[in-house]
Design a protein around this ligand. Structure first.
Ligand code: KG4
Ligand code: ZN
Length: 338
C-alpha cells in the first residue's frame, strides 16, 4: 500500500514483449515498462520462440526493477503480483511466471495468474476510468480474434472466434509476401492510407448466417493467388492498393460481427482490445457501424493495445477482488482457454 492505494505489479512475457507495470487500485498505471524484441525478430520474419525466452530471461529483472523505480515504490509496498500464465509461448511464459513466483515468495506477496486475454480486455479499465461491466469486448491480436461477453468483472464468455488464422496473423503473412516486412499489421495500416480499398475485390467471409466465428485463411490464399497471377502476367503490383483492399476485407467482417454480437446481447458498449485494435481503419469502421446502432465504442490508446504489464496488473486486481486464490505453485499453460 502507498498513500492508501492498493498496488499491483503486473508482469507480461507471453510473446515478444518483456513488460512490467505498477497499477494503483486496478485503474491507474504508475509505471508501464515495455521492452520490445521486435527488432530482433524482424530479421527472421516472425517471433523465434527460443530467442524470445532468452531475451526475456536477460531483461526481466531490469524491467521489473524499472517498473518499481518509475512508480517510486519499493517491492515491500506491492500488495499483489499478477503474471500472465497463458496463452502464449511456453518458454516465454515460464520466464515471467518464474520471476513472479520468486518475488512473491521472497517478499511474501500474494501471486495470481492472469489469462493474457483477460488482460487485453482489462486494458480498457486503465483507459476508461468509468468503465464497468457489463459490456461486449472485441479482442483482435496476433494470436486471437474473439468476441467476448463480459457480464461482470473477471467473467468472460467467448461468443465466437477464428476457426483458422487470427486477424493479426493474416495481416503479418500478407505483409510479408507484398514485401512490407514484420510486423505486418502497422505497415499494412500505413500503406493502406495511400491505397484504394475498392481496387481489388477480396471476399468477405461471414460463414453461416448469424455466426460470430471468423475465417481468414481463404482470404489470405486469395491474396497470395492474386499476387502470383499479377506477377506471372508481368503486371506491377500496387502495394498500397493490395494493403488497402486486403485490410478492408478483414476489418469490415470484424466490425460487422462485433456490432451484430453487441446488438444481439442487448449491450450498449463494446470495448476493443489487442494489437489489431490499433488499426486505424478498424477503429473508424467500428465507430461508423456501431454509431448507427447507438452503441458506444471504447478503445485503449495504442500503447495499451499491444502487450503490456499494466493490463495484466489490472486484470489481476479484479481477479483477486473477485476471490481468485493466490498460487505459488502457478505453472505456464501455453494453450490456456478463456
Ligand atoms: O496483442 P499483440 O501485441 O500481441 C499478441 O498477443 O498477439 O498483437 C500483435 C499483432 C501483430 O499481428 C501486429 O501485426 C498487429 O497486432 N498489429 C496491427 C496493428 N498494430 C499491431 N494490425 C493491424 N493494424 C495495426 N495498426
Ligand atoms: Zn497480446
Amino acid at each position: 500500500m502507498k498513500d492508501g492505494r492498493f498496488l499491483t505489479l503486473g508482469i507480461e512475457t507471453s510473446c515478444d514483449e518483456t513488460a512490467a507495470s505498477v497499477v494503483a487500485d486496478g485503474r491507474f498505471a504508475m509505471s508501464n515498462v515495455i521492452s520490445s524484441q521486435i527488432d530482433i525478430h524482424t530479421a527472421y520474419g516472425g517471433v523465434v520462440p527460443e530467442i524470445a525466452s532468452r531475451k526475456h530471461l536477460e531483461r526481466i529483472n531490469d524491467v521489473i526493477g524499472k517498473a518499481l523505480d518509475d512508480a517510486g515504490v519499493s517491492a515491500g509496498e506491492i500488495d499483489l503480483i499478477g503474471v500472465t500464465y497463458g496463452p502464449g509461448l511456453v518458454g516465454a511464459l515460464l520466464i515471467g511466471v518464474a520471476a513472479a513466483k520468486a518475488m512473491a515468495y521472497a517478499c511474501d506477496i500474494p501471486l495470481v495468474g492472469v489469462n493474457h486475454m483477460h488482460g487485453h480486455i482489462a486494458a480498457n479499465y486503465l483507459e476508461h476510468q468509468e468503465l464497468e461491466p457489463p459490456f461486449m469486448a472485441l479482442i483482435v491480436s496476433g494470436g486471437h480474434t474473439e468476441i467476448v461477453n463480459v457480464p461482470e468483472y473477471n467473467k468472460c464468455e467467448k461468443l465466437g472466434g477464428t476457426r483458422d488464422d487470427a486477424a493479426g496473423e493474416a495481416f503479418d503473412k500478407v505483409a510479408r509476401v507484398i514485401g512490407l516486412g514484420y510486423p505486418g499489421g502497422p505497415k499494412i495500416d500505413r500503406a493502406a492510407k495511400e491505397g484504394d480499398r475498392e481496387s481489388i475485390a477480396f471476399k468477405r467471409v461471414y460463414l453461416e448466417q448469424g455466426s460470430l466465428d471468423f475465417s481468414f485463411s481463404g482470404l489470405k490464399t486469395q491474396a497470395l493467388n492474386y499476387l502470383n497471377q499479377e506477377r506471372q502476367a508481368g503486371r506491377e503490383i500496387n502495394v498500397n492498393n493490395v494493403a488497402a483492399s486486403f485490410q478492408e476485407a478483414v476489418v469490415e467482417v470484424i466490425a460487422d460481427k462485433a456490432v451484430m454480437a453487441t446488438e444481439k446481447y442487448g449491450q450498449k458498449r463494446i470495448v476493443m482490445a489487442g494489437g489489431v485494435a490499433s488499426n486505424s481503419r478498424l477503429r473508424a469502421l467500428m465507430e461508423e457501424k456501431a454509431g448507427r446502432k447507438g452503441i458506444d465504442v471504447l478503445k485503449p490508446s495504442p500503447v495499451l493495445c499491444t502487450d503490456n504489464g499494466a493490463m495484466i496488473a489490472s486484470a489481476a486486481y479484479y481477479a483477486y477482488r473477485s476471490g481468485a486464490k493466490p498460487d505459488l505453485e502457478l505453472d505456464a499453460v501455453p494453450g490456456l482457454e478463456f
